[in-house]
Ligand binder design. Structure first.
Ligand code: GP9
Ligand code: MN
Length: 692
């Protein structure tokens, strides 16, 4: 007989003789004893884990998914374990402090998600002025009762503690509890849950956790607490990560630029604006759909509409911003790179070398300036603009008289009117110039505008008066009193300001040799449900049409995402170039496209000249989503929408584009984190020139 057979026999006998009843009795007894002497700890664990689920319920909506529950449990157990090193009568302080921390994490992310449809990142705390400025927006716009529902955990802990104290629980537990043993056992239990959780992860999951750009995905798979810990580590990354992984990043970077099949050919737009002045109008939060919107036959943005018809109008143009919003757009537009995967370039990676439009134009004898009516240090602009090659940044009280404040700072109308004499002077002192005008008034929460605007967003219609029998005009509130309604008023104001600016420039003769470029910097981050009212208003009953109504327009994830597009207009007074370009295009295509017209390009640009694309452009978003003329791909859910159902695509198409998107995000992020442009031999000569 073999040894193995003997062993199997023994095991079989053991199983046969195993007293299941006794085992289950003992298990029940031990569990009961455990629970009776660990009430506070159990409450702590349960409240934290339930809050993790609740947060996912209100945000990414996978509340019962097992993976994030395991991850939350592991984190809470391992942190909670240390509480057992404290005597029972003092343990409340420890567990309660952590309950407050966990609850705060949920509340903060819940509020943030409401507004940004993403999770907050600590790396944004880098600029305190950022917080000050956003404070108002946060309070006025985005807090909802559900964001505070997590506080039940704190209340429960207080309640449980009070009742335990009353029945002498802590003294009894103090006699029974062997703190160190319990601490170690609990920690091991947490660790085992963690190991089990890790065993369920895929390579993609781990890769995304490390890269941190797909925030929603991380919370969906790893839970909010792991996300938070990961985010703290990631926010230390600017200091730490350049110390690791450089060789790999540099190799990938070299290979990418050596091997990529990229050559911008000349086309009918090449050098058309060579030597002309350029004024870029950074139109805060203007979305493309506002150009076609009207209320009671009065258009919301008549000036922008007119400019779009008189110039080159890119009607499917998308910003590619991440958590750095305005600043990310400035970065992507000026460099044709994507924003940083964690943190923001303007705050954490501004001191790297980038090839920017102002630097490239300065090589051609331009004077470069930027202007903004808000705090000079907001988004660290004062430092960054200098680094990006602007000769001067005109900002707030340093250069403007703050004679009218709307929302976050100087009103756009005052900003533009004060800017004109400055631009006049610049034009007199310099042969040619490149200027960026960063608008401000149309910034969330849009409420201040109600005091300045007489634009109406109600619904006026004719109705027969039942008493007099006469037809009269009546008004239904429609978008009045809603955030989207205030937004339309605010866009109308911004549109007027742009109109006045262009008129003013013309009066000073500043348009004759100048190209005006207007771009929306990102969408207005207005909630989906606001659009439901806009598209489905029943004016007769002042309600929103029912979902069953045949005319009901559904605003789903894809409708919302596709509607985030912003206008891009390239306009000259002579209206020589008029065309609507309706291929999808991203912010990173501006440098290659406009650059071709001005005679500049960056060797590291990741976008393309849209006029060289044959309906095959791809817009890669910093969260890994991508858009082509054929498909919108949601990388968080790994789902997609086919834009033209008659044009099906292959599995390869999706895979190749997803890989391409990841590659661009990686290359770009490596350039940013490891300062690869500065370190590349090729660019050293160029950079020396710029920094003269
Ligand atoms: C702040 C303004 C707005 O000065 O540019 O920035 P945002 O909040 O859109 O990033
Ligand atoms: Mn902005």
């Amino acid at each position: 007989m073999f040894e193995g057979d003997n062993l199997i026999k023994k095991i079989k006998a053991k199983i046969k003789n195993f007293d299941f009843k006794k085992f289950s009795r003992e298990f029940k007894k031990t569990s009961r004893e455990y629970l009776q002497t660990n009430i506070l700890f159990t409450t702590f664990v349960l409240t934290a884990v339930i809050n993790g689920c609740l947060l996912r319920f209100f945000t990414v909506q996978n509340y019962f998914a097992i993976k994030p529950i395991l991850a939350d449990l592991a984190v809470v157990l391992m942190i909670g374990a240390f509480g057992y090193f404290i005597k029972p009568k003092n343990q409340f302080k420890y567990f309660f402090t952590w309950t407050i921390v966990f609850t705060a994490v949920c509340v903060i992310h819940s509020i943030y998600y409401n507004n940004y449809i993403s999770f907050a990142s600590l790396s944004l705390l880098g600029t305190t002025t950022q917080l000050e400025g956003m404070g108002k927006a946060v309070i006025e716009n985005i807090m909802e009762i559900k964001d505070f529902s997590y506080i039940w955990a704190i209340v429960t802990m207080i309640f449980v503690h009070a009742s335990l104290k009353k029945r002498n629980y802590y003294e009894i537990a103090g006699k029974k509890e062997r703190g160190k043993v319990r601490a170690i056992n609990t920690f091991i239990a947490g660790f085992l849950v963690l190991v089990f959780f890790i065993s369920t992860l895929t390579v993609v999951d781990l890769g995304r956790l490390a890269k941190q750009w797909n925030r929603e995905y991380i919370v969906m798979k790893f839970g909010i607490y792991t996300y938070q810990i990961n985010d703290i580590i990631a926010s230390l990354k600017p200091q730490i990560s350049p110390l690791f992984g450089y060789d790999n990043a540099a190799k990938e970077f070299r290979e990418y630029y050596e091997q990529r099949d990229y050559e911008e050919e000349d086309n009918e737009y090449t050098d058309i604006f060579e030597g002309k002045n350029v004024i870029m109008i950074h139109a805060e939060s203007i979305q493309q759909f506002t150009l076609d919107a009207e209320f009671n036959d009065i258009p919301v943005a008549p000036n922008l509409k007119k400019l779009s018809e008189e110039g080159l109008y890119f009607s499917k143009f998308y910003a590619q911003e991440s958590v750095g919003t305005s600043s990310d757009t400035e970065f992507t537009l000026n460099t044709s790179l994507l924003p940083a995967s964690s943190g923001t370039v303007f705050v954490s990676y501004w001191n790297r070398e980038y090839i920017t439009i102002p630097k490239l134009l300065k090589e051609k004898g331009y004077y470069a300036f930027s202007m903004h009516g808000n705090n000079c240090d907001f988004w660290n602009r004062k430092t960054v603009h200098k680094k990006f090659g602007y000769d001067k940044f005109y900002c707030y009280t340093d250069d403007f008289d703050i004679d009218e404040t709307i929302g976050l700072g100087l009103s756009d109308k005052s900003f533009f009117s004060q800017a004109i004499p400055k631009i006049k002077q610049i034009s007199e002192e310099n042969e040619k110039f490149y200027g960026t005008m960063i608008m401000l008034t149309n910034h969330t929460p849009f409420t201040d505008i109600e005091n300045y605007s007489d634009y109406e967003v109600d619904y006026k219609y004719e109705k027969v008066n039942e008493i007099t029998g006469e037809t009269e005009i009546v008004s239904a509130p429609y978008m009045e009193g809603t955030t989207l309604g205030s937004y339309f008023k605010s866009v109308n104001y911004a549109d007027q300001a742009i109109g006045e600016f262009i008129e003013g420039l013309d009066e000073e003769g500043l348009l004759d040799d100048t190209v005006i470029v207007i771009y929306g910097d990102h969408d207005a981050k207005i909630k989906k449900k606001e659009y439901e009212r806009y598209y489905n208003y029943d004016y007769e009953n002042d309600t929103v049409k029912d979902e069953d109504d045949p005319d009901y327009v559904e605003v789903d994830y894809y409708t919302y995402e596709l509607n985030r597009k912003v206008p891009l207009i390239i306009w000259t007074k002579d209206k020589e170039y008029q065309k609507e370009i309706d291929e999808v295009m991203g912010m990173y295509d501006v440098l290659p496209t406009l650059g071709n017209m001005l005679g500049i390009s960056s060797p590291y640009q990741l976008g393309h000249d849209i006029f060289n694309m044959d309906n095959d452009n791809i817009v890669v978003f910093p969260d890994g989503n991508w858009l082509t003329d054929t498909m919108y791909y949601n990388s968080q859910k790994e789902e997609s929408l086919l834009l033209d159902p008659n044009q099906p695509v292959s599995v390869d198409y999706v895979e190749n584009n997803s890989q391409y998107a990841e590659q661009l995000i990686d290359i770009s992020n490596n350039i940013i984190v490891y300062d690869l442009i500065a370190k590349s031999n090729e660019t050293q000569d160029l950079i020396n020139k710029y920094n003269k």
